[in-house]
Design a protein. Sequence first.
Length: 177
Amino acid sequence: MTELTAQTGGGLLSREEMDAARERLPILYVDVVPVRVDVHGTVTAIGLLLRAGEDGQIKRALVSGRVLYHERVRAALLRHMEKDLGPLALPRVPLAPQPFTIAEYFPTPGVTPFHDPRQHAVSLAYVVPVEGDCAPQQDALELTWFTPHEARDERLLAEMIGGQGTLLQMGLAHAGV
């Protein structure tokens, strides 16, 4: 969950203004488990990003990002998927997307399975099929497709940031994997 600025109706918040907001308010995010499905709708692959964290560590991550002021959730999903997976990913986001869960990230470890040292964030989590060509964009170093079996491997889940391994497992269970 990284973005340097927040867009508002009047412009962009400075880093200082965003930090001040994070100290006072929960921030709304979306998390996406991008998947490939076969003709029957069965999940065949799960796409995970490789990112460099603020601490310099390289970690696996879901597609994730903030919902901007005056932005619909569906638009935020499409924007973050394009930002991370590229413009040719062709995500199949329903007109009225429904999250499989709501994840609460707290700055204090252990309150929930989800942790973000910068802020209290509330994330709507989705499993979204993609049909097109995906290529990592912006701050994503790599995109790797894993089989459902590989995606449940404890070593892979341990590579994920802020409890997103737990969120991945929940998304796979929701998708019937």
